[in-house]
Design a binder for this molecule. Structure first.
Ligand code: PBG
Length: 337
C-alpha cells in the first residue's frame, strides 16, 4: 500500500480536494456516460398498448407497434442499446413462442429494425416468460431438465438472430448454454453475433417486480436449482470462467447492488467486458421510498448507478436509463456532486 511521505495532520488535509465543486469535478474517479446504459423494454402481443407495470412506476409494457416510438425516444436521449423481454399471447409447456417466426420477440425485432435500424438490440434468451409453468426451460419430473432445455435454446437464439438481434443474452443459468448457443449460431452463419451471458445470476428476491411485468413467476417451486445461492462468491468465479471457456463475449453479474463484490472480482479477474443488471427490485425500492417521501429518489438513483460503475461495471442494464440519460444530457446529474 502507498504511504504518504508526511502523513500527519495538519500537512494532509483531504478536505482541500472537496472544498470547491470544480476541483471535486476534476478529481472524480468514476463517470457515468450515455454509452454505459442499456434500457430494458417489455413487449407483449397486441396493438396500441402502453400499460404501466404497477410495481415499476414509469416502466411500461408495449405492443410491437407502440414500442417503436419508445425506441425512438430512447435513441433521441442518446442511449445506444435496449434489451427486449417478450410476453407471448399463449404460453405452453416448452415455451415455443420464443422460437416461432411469428413470436412476440421476432415481430418486435422486425418492427424496431425497420424503423430504428441504428438501435443496438439485445434479446433476453430464456423460457420463463413463455412457459405455462414459468420455469426457465423444459420441466421433467418437477425440475428443469438441463440438456433438453439446451436444444430449445438453440432454436430460440437462431430465430432471434434471423430476425435481426444484434446480441443475445441467455439468462436461464442452464449448464452449457453458452457453448450450445455459440455452436448453433455458428452453424446458422452467425459467427460474428456476440453473446452476453448472464453468468453470475443469483436466486434473488429483487426480481419480484420483473416477474409481475413479464408474468414469469414460477407456478410451483422456485429457481434455486438453477440460479445461484446469494451466499456464494467463489462460485461466481467458476460460473464466469466456464462461460468464457464456452465462448461468452460479455459476462453479467445480476443483481447489481447486493453483488458489488462479485462485479469487482469479475472486472479485476477477467479481461472481458462486465455487465451489471440493476434489476427490477432495485428500481422499485428507490421508487417506492421516493413516493413515500423517505428519500430523494434522483439522488439515490445517481448514487446507485455510480456505485455500480465504481465497482467495475462496463455497462449497466437499468430501468433508470431514460431518467438518468435526461440528467446526463441537461447536466443536472452534476448537481449531486
Ligand atoms: C429471465 C430473466 C429474469 C430477469 C431477467 N431475465 C427473471 C428471473 O430470473 O426470474 C430479472 C430482471 C429484473 O428483475 O429486472 N430469466
Amino acid at each position: 500500500m502507498f504511504l504518504f511521505p508526511d502523513s500527519d495532520f495538519p500537512v494532509q488535509r483531504p478536505r482541500r480536494l472537496r472544498l470547491k465543486k470544480p476541483l471535486r469535478d476534476l478529481v472524480r474517479e468514476t463517470h457515468l456516460h450515455l454509452e454505459d446504459l442499456v434500457y430494458p423494454i417489455f413487449v407483449q402481443e397486441g396493438e396500441g398498448l402502453k400499460v404501466e407495470v404497477p410495481s415499476m412506476p414509469g416502466i411500461y409494457r408495449f405492443s410491437p407497434d407502440t414500442v417503436v416510438d419508445e425506441v425512438k425516444e430512447v435513441r433521441d436521449l442518446g442511449i445506444r442499446a435496449v434489451i427486449l423481454f417478450g410476453i407471448p399471447a399463449r404460453k405452453d409447456e416448452v415455451g415455443s413462442d420464443s422460437w416461432s417466426d411469428r413470436g412476440i420477440i421476432q415481430k418486435t425485432l422486425e418492427a424496431i429494425k425497420r424503423e430504428v435500424p441504428e438501435m443496438f438490440v439485445i434479446t433476453d434468451v430464456c423460457f420463463c416468460e413463455y412457459t405455462s409453468h414459468g420455469h426457465c426451460g423444459v420441466v421433467v419430473g418437477g425440475d428443469v431438465d438441463n440438456d433438453l432445455t439446451l436444444e430449445n435454446l438453440k432454436k430460440q437464439v437462431v430465430s432471434h438472430a434471423e430476425h435481426g438481434a444484434d446480441m443475445v443474452a441467455p439468462s436461464g443459468m442452464t449448464d452449457g448454454m453458452v457453448k450450445a448457443i455459440r455452436q448453433a449460431l455458428d452453424e446458422a452463419g452467425f459467427k460474428n453475433l456476440p453473446i452476453m451471458a448472464y453468468s453470475a445470476k443469483y436466486a434473488s428476491a429483487f426480481y419480484g417486480p420483473f416477474r409481475d411485468a413479464a408474468e414469469s413467476a414460477p407456478s410451483f417451486g422456485d429457481r434455486r436449482t438453477y440460479q445461484m445461492d446469494p451466499a456464494n462468491f467463489r462460485e461466481a468465479f467458476k460460473e464466469i470462467y466456464l462461460d468464457l471457456l464456452e465462448g461468452a463475449d460479455v459476462v453479467m453479474v445480476k443483481p447489481a447492488l447486493a453483488y458489488l463484490d462479485v462485479i469487482k472480482m469479475a472486472k479485476e479477474t477477467f479481461p472481458v467486458p462486465v455487465a451489471a443488471y440493476n434489476v427490477s427490485g432495485e428500481y422499485a425500492m428507490i421508487k417506492a421510498a421516493e413516493r413515500l417521501g423517505w428519500l430523494d429518489g434522483k439522488r439515490a438513483m445517481v448514487e446507485t448507478l455510480y456505485a455500480i460503475k465504481r465497482a467495475g461495471a462496463d455497462l449497466i442494464l437499468t430501468y433508470f436509463a431514460k431518467e438518468v440519460a435526461k440528467m446526463i444530457n441537461d447536466r443536472t446529474v452534476e448537481n449531486f456532486f
